[in-house]
Design a binder for this molecule. Structure first.
Ligand code: C2E
Ligand code: MG
Ligand code: MG
Ligand code: MG
Length: 292
């Protein structure tokens, strides 16, 4: 697979040589079919909440593949294969389209909440992406500012030159950018210095170890402090316990996401949950739990 940008070959992958290649090729053929149907690739949605008020600050869309024979597949089972294939473009368009359809539904209910979509860094190598996103926003009547693209920065750094233009075009449109899994990449800080972003997502691994590890706690504290100094939003990922929640509040973190608040839920459940959260008063705060 050759990723082309302005006619120039920027990267070459040969996935056909590794041992698992036969199965990967089968999986990719099945993905091609799944992308034609409407029921195999589904989004589940997980709200992030304001730690002080319990109000929803955003909702992240996470892909699941209800495979007719392999069962329920999580992104870890197939994202890598998709990223190294010629189907990444169709896959990215599919996810964005589904996510924006969900967000358009909220707008009808008067909910003004951004939707976050995970974007493979390799998608940012496609110069057509900004136009495609502009068209999708227009089709669904969703304002650009209500879309947040989550990027995991490790992959991005190596090809930053190439994606600079794509990211600038997206920003010019008003689309928001978030750095996902912040702190796990080798180049988190240089990425921040180079790309204007709106949000940092503190990686789950630091939240998990915060209680026992002074290093993890320091990383969370400094990430939160730096985000505030730079005027960025910061969201802690993977919050599972009340202890983690109060530790985060003490460290100055204002928003969080995780099983302690909500597990990812089906699209048809999310509007009701957001409506009830939006009606919450600060005296009637979290945790609220969703089923499933
Ligand atoms: P991510 O963007 O960092 O998403 C957070 C992951 O943590 C999700 O896993 C979510 O279900 C899980 N999670 C949320 N709260 C908790 C918690 O309290 N405890 C624990 N243990 N886990 C929690 P998921 O859905 O399996 O997604 C894994 C990764 O796959 C995502 O990491 C993201 O990088 C990628 N991904 C998901 N959906 C898409 C997509 O549509 N497109 C692309 N390109 N990548 C996606
Ligand atoms: Mg994410
Ligand atoms: Mg993450
Ligand atoms: Mg991740």
């Amino acid at each position: 697979y050759q990723a082309k940008s302005g006619g120039e070959s920027v990267a070459t992958y040969d996935s056909t040589r590794d041992a698992a290649s036969t199965d990967q090729l089968a999986l990719l053929a099945e993905l091609r079919e799944a992308l034609q149907t409407d029921d195999q690739l589904v989004l589940v949605l997980q709200p992030a909440v304001d730690l002080a008020t319990g109000a929803p600050t955003g909702v992240e869309a996470l892909i699941r593949w209800r495979h007719p024979r392999r069962g329920l597949l999580s992104p870890a089972d197939f994202i890598r294969a998709v990223e190294n294939s010629d189907q990444l473009g169709s896959f990215t368009r599919y996810v964005l389209d589904k996510a924006l359809a969900v967000a358009a539904g909220w707008a009808c209910e008067g909910l003004d909440i951004p939707i976050s979509v995970n974007i493979s860094a390799r998608s940012l190598l496609d110069p057509r992406l900004p136009t495609e996103i502009a068209e999708a926003l227009c089709r669904h009547q969703v304002p650009a500012g209500r879309l947040v693209l989550e990027i995991t920065e490790t992959v991005v750094m190596s090809e930053l030159e190439v994606i600079d233009q794509v990211l600038s075009a997206l920003r010019a449109m008003g689309v928001q950018l978030a750095v996902d899994d912040f702190g796990t990449g080798f180049s988190s800080l240089s990425f921040l210095a180079r790309v204007a972003v709106d949000e940092l997502k503190v990686d789950r691994s630091f939240v998990l170890r915060m209680g026992e590890s002074p290093e993890a706690a320091a990383i969370v504290r400094y990430t939160v402090g730096m985000a505030h100094e730079l005027g960025l939003r910061v969201v802690a990922e993977g919050v599972e316990t009340a202890a983690q929640r109060s530790a985060l509040t003490e460290l100055g973190c204002t928003a969080a996401q995780g099983y302690h608040f909500f597990k990812p839920m089906p699209a048809d459940k999310i509007a009701a949950v957001l409506n009830s959260l939006a009606r919450q008063t600060p005296t009637n705060v979290l945790p609220l739990r969703a089923d499933g």
